[in-house]
Design a protein around this ligand. Structure first.
Ligand code: ADP
Ligand code: MG
Length: 304
C-alpha cells in the first residue's frame, strides 16, 4: 500500500492552500506530516481521502487514482479527520455497526465490531453513548471507525490533539501497533509525536513542502554553526571583552549574565571560554553545549 502525490495544488478562492505538492509514502512507512497551523495539512489529507477535489495534480493509492473509483479508495483508506467528528447520541457499538455496514467487507458485522473494540481497547466502554465518553475514549472510537474495515492505508489528522499526556501515550501506542502492518500518514504540530512514532518527516509550510527526510537525517537540513554554547557568568561584562576568544562567529546576549556563543569548526571552544573567565576573574555558573532537536529544525524551516 503506497500513497503517491504528484503536483497537487488547491485553491480556496484566491488563496493557495497547497502549491504543487509532491511526495510518496511507501508501504509500511509511518510518515509524520508536520507544519504550523494553516500550513495545509488537513487540506492535503482531505484530498488524499477523496473528500475534496484538488485544483490540479494527481494522487494514487496503491495505483488507483483518487477520483476515479472512490468506493475502492475508501475501502483502502482509514481516515480519522481533524476534530474527530462523531455522533454523540449514538452508542459505541451502534456507531461502529453503522460504519461497518458502509464497507461491505464480506465479514460478519458482529465479528468486525468485536475485533475492533478489542483492538482499540474499547471493551469497558462499548455499551456507552459516544457523548458520555472521555476525550481519550472518543479518540479510540475515531481510530476504531478508521480501522474497522482493515484498510492498508491510515490517514490520521491530529490524532492526539487535546488529549492528556497519558491518553497521548496510549493513542500513540495504538497507532504504532496498527502501523506495523499498514502505511500510515499522520499530521501533527507536535514534534515529539514524530520522534515517538514516525520513520520519516514531511514538513509543510504555507502549502509548500520544505523538508522530506528520514527522521534520522532531518537534522542535516539545519545549516547551523557546529557549536552553540550557553554560558552564565556571575558578573555583568561588556560584549567587547569576548574578542579575546578567537574563532567566535556570533555572540548573543540572552540577559545580563547569560550569553549564547556560536562557533564554527570542530575544536571544542568550552576550554577557551573557561580560560577566558579565569583570566577576567569571572566565575562560570553554567556552561552547556546546546544540542539540535527536531523542534529547532522545524522552527528553522518554517521561520517561526
Ligand atoms: P492545517 O491543517 O495545516 O492547519 P488547513 O489545511 O486546515 O491547514 O488550512 C490551510 C489553509 O487553507 C488555511 O489558511 C485555512 O484557513 C485555509 N482553508 C482551509 N479550509 C478552508 C475552506 N473550506 N475555505 C477557505 N479556506 C480554507
Ligand atoms: Mg489541520
Amino acid at each position: 500500500m503506497s500513497i503517491v502525490v504528484q503536483g497537487v495544488t488547491k485553491l480556496y478562492g484566491e488563496q493557495k492552500a497547497l502549491d504543487n505538492v509532491s511526495f510518496e509514502v511507501n508501504t509500511g512507512e509511518i510518515v509524520g506530516f508536520i507544519g504550523p497551523n494553516g500550513a495545509g495539512k488537513s487540506t492535503m489529507m482531505k484530498i488524499i481521502t477523496g473528500f475534496i477535489p484538488a485544483a490540479s495534480g494527481k494522487i494514487k493509492i496503491n495505483d488507483i487514482e483518487v477520483g476515479t473509483d472512490n468506493i475502492e479508495i475508501k475501502k483502502q483508506i482509514g481516515y480519522l479527520p481533524e476534530n474527530n467528528p462523531l455522533y454523540p447520541e449514538m452508542y459505541v457499538r451502534e456507531y461502529l455497526g453503522f460504519v461497518a455496514s458502509i464497507y461491505n467487507t464480506g465479514q460478519s458485522k458482529k465479528s468486525l465490531i468485536d475485533n475492533i473494540i478489542e483492538l482499540t481497547g474499547l471493551v469497558p466502554e462499548q455499551k456507552k453513548k459516544i457523548g458520555s465518553l472521555s476525550k481519550g475514549y472518543r479518540q479510540r472510537v475515531g481510530l476504531a471507525q478508521a480501522l474497522i474495515h482493515n484498510p492498508g492505508v491510515l490517514i490520521l489528522d491530529e490524532a492526539t490533539t487535546g488529549l492528556d499526556p497519558n491518553q497521548i501515550v496510549e493513542i500513540r501506542n495504538l497507532i504504532k501497533e496498527a502501523g506495523k502492518e499498514k502505511t500510515v500518514m499522520l499530521s501533527t504540530h507536535i514534534m515529539q509525536e514524530v520522534e515517538a512514532i514516525c520513520n520519516r518527516v514531511i514538513i509543510l509550510d504555507k502549502g509548500i513542502i520544505v523538508a522530506n527526510e528520514e527522521k534520522n537525517n532531518i537534522y542535516s537540513v539545519l545549516k547551523r554553526p557546529k557549536q552553540v554554547i550557553r554560558v552564565e557568568f556571575d558578573k555583568m561584562i561588556d560584549k567587547s571583552l569576548f574578542t579575546e576568544i578567537i574563532n567566535l562567529s556570533t555572540i548573543l546576549q540572552i540577559n545580563s549574565y547569560i550569553w549564547l556563543i556560536e562557533a564554527e569548526g570542530d575544536v571544542d571552544i568550552r576550554p577557551s571560554i573557561f580560560n577566558f573567565a579565569v583570566s577576567n576573574k569571572l566565575t562560570v555558573l553554567s556552561l552547556q553545549k546546546q544540542e539540535s532537536n527536531l523542534e529547532e529544525v522545524f522552527r528553522h524551516l518554517t521561520n517561526l
